[in-house]
Design a binder for this molecule. Structure first.
Ligand SMILES: NC(=O)c1ccc[n+]([C@@H]2O[C@H](COP(=O)([O-])OP(=O)(O)OC[C@H]3O[C@@H](n4cnc5c(N)ncnc54)[C@H](OP(=O)(O)O)[C@@H]3O)[C@@H](O)[C@H]2O)c1
Length: 308
């Protein structure tokens, strides 16, 4: 089982946690006994290696977000006690959540409320953090604006559809036909079947495009922006692509890990603005199968590994 979770290929030095099978809580850190870890698209990209996903220190444990129970507390940590249920996202450049234990900076995790299961909290952590940073902090989406969210059935985009609707925007999204009911249930006002229809046919009516698909989809998304509009992306455009328009902004969110965003997510859940996505569960030992589904890029919601 371990061999499947560890990666063995080369590349530049990058990651720190996830190397120790029995992590200790350093100053400012807690050790969390992980109950659930989600499988994000970034994970299969790291496994495949190359470019910004290259690694140099091995073995390497994948996984960026988790939910679990605090089992040890490092010097200087306040606000947590052993036994607290917590959830969070590893800091940028750090991984290691496909594991039984993780040591993590206590300042960037939050307490998990009882109303959320570990599986739900893990499913919402990185996807929610990313969508909040993209739509609230970066796009600064306002009530009355129109947003096109590319790939509405995915983990980040599904959170984004709900958030954009809650903020009072008109929400257009793209999805394959089998996901239309799902994205409508999340609050999408208009769903475009990208297999049957060209999404650019809506014309330049959008204040914001949130692109979670990338590639040619991003390149073509400029056609639907109003002058002054914003294209916010988390999946890259084709290599060497340069937008032809200078009257719109291209923005990449800096998804900082912090407790404030996790607590904003919990507040939105309390308000009923957000609900957990469709979740498909796998045992940790079946992480390879979860990766096959993730890599195929047509899942609905989020894949979560049950660790204990
Ligand atoms: N910090 C960051 O910058 C950050 C954080 C998280 C994720 N990401 C990146 O964001 C991207 C999305 O991540 P995720 O975890 O949300 O993805 P995901 O859950 O893997 O979502 C894939 C979704 O994309 C949809 N899709 C595939 N091709 C499409 C197309 N041509 N048009 C419209 N929808 C399409 C699929 O739905 P259908 O079956 O309906 O096609 C599927 O639901 C990944 O590239 C990931 O690496 C970046």
């Amino acid at each position: 089982m371990k061999a499947m979770l560890l990666i063995n290929h080369g590349g530049p030095e990058m990651l720190r946690y996830g190397e120790a099978p029995n992590p200790m809580a350093g100053p400012g850190e807690v050790v969390v006994d992980i109950h659930a870890a989600s499988v994000n698209a970034a994970d299969y990209k790291v496994r495949l290696g190359g470019g910004r996903y290259s690694l140099s220190r091995f073995p390497h444990i994948l996984g960026r977000d988790f939910s679990g129970v605090v089992s040890a507390i490092g010097a200087g940590v306040t606000g947590f006690t052993v036994g607290d249920a917590v959830f969070g996202v590893t800091d940028q450049g750090i991984e290691g959540a496909y594991a039984e234990k993780i040591a993590i900076n206590a300042a960037i995790i939050a307490k998990k409320p009882d109303r959320l299961s570990h599986v739900e909290a893990a499913a919402l952590a990185l996807t929610g953090l990313t969508a909040l940073t993209a739509i609230e902090d970066t796009a600064q989406l306002k009530a009355g604006q129109t947003i096109l969210i590319q790939g509405g059935a995915g983990g980040v985009a599904g959170f984004g559809v709900q958030l954009a609707k809650y903020l009072g925007a008109t929400v257009i999204t793209t999805a394959s036909a089998s996901n239309h009911l799902y994205v409508r249930s999340l609050g999408a006002d208009q769903v475009i079947d990208y297999d049957a229809d060209d999404f650019t046919a809506i014309g330049p009516i959008c204040d914001v495009v949130f692109d979670t698909v990338g590639g040619d989809v991003q390149a073509r998304s400029y056609a639907v922006l109003k002058p002054g509009g914003k294209l916010v992306w988390i999946a890259p455009a084709p290599e060497g692509f340069r937008p032809a328009r200078s009257d719109v902004q291209t923005l990449r969110p800096n998804v900082i890990r912090d407790r404030a965003h996790l607590e904003r997510m919990l507040a939105l859940l309390d308000l009923g603005a957000i609900r957990p996505p469709t979740i498909v569960r796998y045992k940790l030992a079946d992480a390879a199968e979860a990766h096959r589904v993730s890599e195929a890029r047509h899942l609905q919601g989020t894949l979560v590994l049950e660790v204990r």
